[in-house]
Design a protein around this ligand. Structure first.
Ligand SMILES: Cc1cc2nc3c(=O)[nH]c(=O)nc-3n(C[C@H](O)[C@H](O)[C@H](O)COP(=O)(O)OP(=O)(O)OC[C@H]3O[C@@H](n4cnc5c(N)ncnc54)[C@H](O)[C@@H]3O)c2cc1C
Length: 414
């Protein structure tokens, strides 16, 4: 059995290990100068490769979320841990987030390459697949020659995190074969917001509750995340913003509007928050407004919100002015900004959209082109920040590789 894999990323390399482990001869065609480059950039160089806190219906989005539990039931987090540890790569868990014990992404790539080196797998790099022929079973044309395979696995990933010159063409190749896909959009990325004041806030990192309100196609939907928000010269970033960004991308793409509301005191809800403010107000009587604000919030944020409420930082806090200071408190709880754009795919960690799960069966084989398999980010599955996207790459790569190698279905010419 000759199996071709287009793409040597996390999912393609896992598919190769699974397929070759079952006795298939595997060829990986990779357009970049080496395989696994994206793995090295993951988790800030530490590779957050999965997560012990796992619920497919909560942690992933897809147009067919109901299909996901079935895939993870066959190769989920415990199988992933076993896949690495039983072959000699120890993992460590930081609050449920799984990393290689060395905390080095390179260790994961070295591990995968080591496994491949002992299996009948060859990786041909600098070789871009340009066309998948219809004479078959699978005749693959690249800019470095043609190859024939009995089975083909497409593991082309997405353009997320890549600059233009590395742009992929996986979905276009799938489209030529009649496979339906959803247009890719940025996910896990920062949000560009309205207003000329962001430059002055750039560099602030603080705990905040971020609430996105979507109007338009998804009218009335509201999503919330709490965590460390980063204010940038163009808007908001940080993990809570990344988690919400896919909803903004989807709504803006459909012509809707998106408003982000920031609560800079997320740990003090309702009465507790009001009591906190009362205490701060009384504690700062006779002091300046700047002292009151900076005692509660990061300096840049405090001074910005005071200005917004027409309060001078040098003003003395007096009981008579309580109402104005109350407005400042309310702004700190609810600062609204219009989201104009997400960052582009090149500055995103993943893309949403991709090959529809309706196109594949439970073995990840294309329903309309038998012998053709899909895995990884190329499929219409995107996960939250926290190791979930790599988990999908391991899951889908392993299942696609195993299914392709074990399938004895006769592949007809289309
Ligand atoms: C900066 C950054 C940090 C991230 N951190 C994390 C993290 O900590 N945890 C996590 O879970 N996820 C993380 N992700 C997401 C994760 O890296 C991806 O979801 C995952 O790597 C996708 O694997 P893949 O195999 O599907 O695709 P890729 O890794 O993108 O691999 C696809 C491969 O196919 C090749 N290819 C494409 N088209 C062709 C063609 N026509 N011919 C030949 N070759 C082709 C590409 O060159 C590429 O090597 C991060 C992403 C980025 C960008």
């Amino acid at each position: 059995m000759q199996i071709g894999i287009i793409g040597g990323g996390a999912s393609g390399l896992t598919a190769a290990i699974a397929a070759a482990g079952c006795g298939a001869e595997v060829t990986i065609l990779e357009c970049r100068d080496r395989v696994g480059k994206k793995i090295l950039a993951t988790g800030n160089g530490r590779c957050n490769l999965s997560n012990l806190d796992f619920d497919p219906l909560r942690d992933y989005r897809s147009h067919r979320p109901d299909r996901l539990p079935g895939f993870f039931a066959r190769f989920g987090v415990s199988q992933t841990i076993d896949f690495f540890e039983s072959r000699g790569l120890l993992l460590t868990d930081r609050d449920g987030y799984l990393y290689p014990r060395s905390l080095q992404a390179a260790a994961v790539l070295d591990f995968l390459l080591g496994e491949l080196s002992r299996l009948p797998v060859r990786a041909i790099c600098g070789c871009r697949v340009l066309h998948i022929g219809t004479q078959g079973p699978f005749c693959v044309e690249t800019d470095a020659g043609s190859y024939r395979f009995d089975r083909l696995i497409m593991a082309c990933g997405s353009d997320a995190g890549l600059t233009g010159e590395h742009a992929q063409m996986g979905l276009a190749l799938a489209g030529e074969l009649g496979i339906q896909w959803y247009p890719p959009l940025p996910a896990l990325t920062a949000l560009r917001c309205e207003g000329g004041f962001w430059k002055g806030l750039a560099g602030v990192r603080c705990q905040a509750r971020v609430t996105l309100s979507l109007a338009g196609q998804k009218r009335g939907r509201v999503y919330t995340e709490i965590g460390e928000v980063q204010l940038t010269e163009y808007g908001i970033s940080g993990i809570p913003v990344f988690q919400l960004s896919r909803f903004a991308a989807e709504t803006l793409d459909a012509g809707g509007t998106v408003t982000a509301s920031l609560d800079f005191l997320p740990e003090y809800d309702g009465e507790v928050g009001r009591a906190l403010f009362d205490r701060q107000f009384l504690a700062c009587r006779g002091k300046t407004a700047g002292e009151l604000g900076c005692g509660m919030l990061p300096k840049k944020v405090a001074l910005f919100l005071l200005r917004l409420c027409h309060i001078q930082a040098e003003e003395i806090v007096t009981l008579r002015e309580r109402e104005r200071f109350q407005r400042f408190y309310e702004k700190a709880r609810r600062f609204e900004t219009k989201v104009m754009q997400t960052n582009p795919l090149s500055q995103s960690q993943v893309s949403m959209g991709g090959v529809s799960l309706d196109e594949v069966d439970d073995t990840l084989c294309a329903k309309r082109r038998r012998g053709l398999y899909f895995c990884g980010e190329m499929l219409d599955v995107d996960g939250r920040c926290g190791g979930y996207n790599l988990q999908w790459a391991w899951t889908s790569g392993y299942l696609a590789g195993l299914s392709a190698a074990k399938s004895d279905e006769k592949v007809e010419k289309p």
